[in-house]
Design a protein around this ligand. Structure first.
Ligand code: AMP
Length: 249
């Protein structure tokens, strides 16, 4: 069973996001970038399935500019067998990514796609669902446990007030939630080995996919700065202020 793991290159989650002066976008110049955290969880799960003898091959795929090669190298160092870069001039929207992944699946005989539930830069939470729809495959989102038995995947999802277990027929798209697993770190020997693993570079036109943007980003704003708090002498003063100044009670 081949598993495809889509990997997005995003701003490192520890970095404070800066907005460009003209408010046209987020400023990514000289910013640390890395693998989207939910995709690290996806790659870890795929590798565990390979180590358990369930998967035969783990393929990482990223759609973006040539800079996305670095996140694919990370996926290879973590244990992916090979990688595909769909090289584009700009970063694609979820629908374009879903179309590109679907086109690759048509060529690669993939049985399971494990992707992140959302990218932490755009918070779209769309790509996995759109990919399942385009391929007409089953989908199970926000997985906190995945088990493969025969031609089915059993997926546990965290929902309000409990856990839900789904049985989905393969092929399927599963999106990862935070508690699915704890990703390993890449060891130095594996980082060195990853340099020799293959990365196929293809274009959107090789796959016959139109990736022209359909959504325009109009404006990005910093959140308003919070004003300083005030210490009050006792609860009575606090209640008075909440009534007369904040008018919340
Ligand atoms: P999103 O729908 O943008 O929130 O992304 C959800 C998931 O789709 C991510 O966690 C990735 O697994 C995958 N994905 C999104 N964009 C890309 C991309 N440009 N290349 C590869 N995978 C992507």
């Amino acid at each position: 069973m081949k598993i495809l793991v889509p990997i997005k290159r995003v701003i490192d989650y520890n970095i404070k996001v800066r907005v460009k002066k003209d408010n046209s976008d987020v400023d990514l110049s000289n910013t640390k970038m890395g693998v989207n955290p939910f995709d690290e969880i996806a790659i870890e799960e795929a590798i565990r399935l390979k180590e358990a003898g369930i998967a035969t091959e783990v393929i990482a795929i990223s759609c973006g500019t040539s800079e996305s090669t670095d996140v694919l190298r990370t996926a290879l160092a973590l244990g992916a067998d090979r990688a595909i870069l769909v090289e584009l001039e700009h970063n694609p929207e979820p629908l374009a990514v879903a179309k590109l992944i679907s086109a690759v699946c048509a060529k690669e005989q993939v049985k399971l796609i494990i992707c992140g539930k959302q990218a932490i830069d755009d918070d779209c939470n769309q790509t996995g669902q759109m990919t399942a729809a385009l391929l007409d495959w089953s989908q199970a989102t926000f997985a906190s446990e995945i088990k493969i038995e025969g031609d089915s995947a059993f997926v546990v999802r965290e929902i309000d007030g409990g856990l839900e277990t789904l049985k989905v027929a393969l092929p399927a798209v599963v999106t990862t939630d935070l508690r699915l697993n704890e990703p390993r770190y890449a060891t130095l020997p594996n980082i060195m080995k990853a340099k020799r693993k293959p990365i196929d570079v293809i274009t959107a036109s090789d796959l016959g996919v139109d990736v022209s943007p359909r959504v325009s980003l109009l404006k990005v704003m910093e959140p308003p700065t919070r004003t300083a708090g005030e210490m009050v002498a006792n609860v009575d003063v606090l209640l008075e202020k909440l009534k007369t100044e904040a008018k919340v009670i």
